[in-house]
Design a binder for this molecule. Structure first.
Ligand code: NAP
Length: 325
């Protein structure tokens, strides 16, 4: 089968098309004939040599795919050959075929093409578990989503708006601000020329927001603490601006805040299955009702994976970037 290989891993890495054997599904796994795979920032880090796959994961890049079930392993109930599915992977998505554990597989939702469904798993697994599990979001609470125009951000804003939460978002260009508003943000904040703490205070009459989903870190760590309401929860999924900061924790104790941070990839199949079940119950019906849609920036042939990475590295994309087989 066709596969993308990393050549010269490190800052000057190359992605080249190669051939390898088609994998066999093991217990609890299905083999998917890939229609499309989603690009994630973690893939860029892995190709640069900073984010090794967890033990047992495929060394091939790619954390999510969509396509048709091609083979079914032992104890992998619930699917039949030809079913159109999308899946969260621990690796292996940049290929013609990919293995997925059934705990991480969902059907292609109604009104979504099999190709576009590759934009859904990573964004929605991440948004859901960080808002609902780590963020303990309650009905009626307000949320600030940093990186609102990112793959994760576009999923989070739509989910929150569909569940009738007040959503604020930050983004760094006029086009991205517009997208965040169209997706359901009450106010999108252009962090290049607005202070998000001041805007949040003004918009909430000084109260702050209940939950903050942050992928930025650095100086945002202190500023999130300032923008949080009493008993607020701040959840980091990345520290793109730096994982080290000088922090005044006095407001954390005064406001009884929770600071949390999580990763998805290394979680157990049981933990991932619980998120998959929540998505199937709540999010997939909202997608089928067209209240949430995949937001896709662009699509590249598998052989041009490096161009897709360059697009993400450059940073002006909105939503997800896909590779098609
Ligand atoms: N922990 C987990 O389980 C988990 C799972 C999935 C993803 N992630 C992480 O979540 C992040 C988003 O993933 P993605 O695939 O959605 O990536 P993405 O589409 O490339 O989004 C990254 C976003 O970060 C924003 N950003 C970057 N530097 C910034 C800065 N200095 N200040 C403010 N905003 C900044 C950019 O927005 P602007 O252009 O508007 O600045 C961009 O939209 C990535 O860092 C990824 O590694 C974590």
């Amino acid at each position: 089968m066709k596969v993308i290989r990393i050549e010269n891993p490190g800052p000057g890495y190359r992605l080249v098309l190669g051939e390898t054997g088609r994998p066999d599904p093991g217990p609890g796994e299905i083999l998917i004939k890939v229609a499309a795979s989603g690009i994630n920032r973690a893939d860029l880090l892995q190709a640069r040599g900073h984010y090794p796959p967890p033990p047992g994961a495929s060394p091939i890049l790619g954390l999510e795919v969509s396509g048709a079930v091609a083979e079914i392993g032992p104890d992998a109930a619930g699917y039949k050959i030809g079913d159109e599915v999308c899946a969260l992977l621990t690796g292996g998505g940049y290929a013609e075929y990919a293995l997925a554990h059934v705990s991480c597989v969902l059907p292609v939702p109604k009104h979504v093409t099999v190709m576009d469904a590759a934009a859904l798993p990573e964004a929605h697994f991440t948004a859901w578990t960080n808002l609902m599990d780590a963020g303990r979001l309650q009905p009626g609470e307000s949320v600030l989503v940093h990186g609102g125009a990112s793959g994760i951000g576009t999923a989070a804003i739509q989910l929150l708006a569909a569940l009738r939460h007040t959503v604020f978002a930050t983004a760094g260009s006029e086009g991205k601000i517009k997208t965040c508003m169209e997706l359901g943000a009450r106010r999108a904040i252009d962090y290049r020329n607005e202070d998000f703490v001041a805007v949040i205070k003004e918009e909430t009459q000084g109260r702050g927001v209940d939950v903050i989903l942050d992928m930025v870190g650095g100086d945002y760590i202190q500023r999130n603490i300032e923008a949080a309401a009493v008993r607020g929860r701040i959840v980091n999924i990345a520290y793109q601006k730096g994982a080290e900061a000088r922090v005044n924790f006095a407001p954390v104790i005064a406001k009884r805040l929770t600071l949390a941070a999580t990763t998805l990839r290394a979680r157990t199949t049981e933990e991932k299955a619980a998120i998959r079940d929540a998505l199937a119950d709540t999010v997939w019906p909202l997608i089928a009702e067209r209240r949430i849609r995949p937001v896709i920036d662009g699509v590249y042939p598998l052989a041009e994976a490096i161009k897709a990475h360059e697009r993400m590295a450059e940073g002006s994309h909105t939503g997800k970037i896909l590779l098609i087989s």
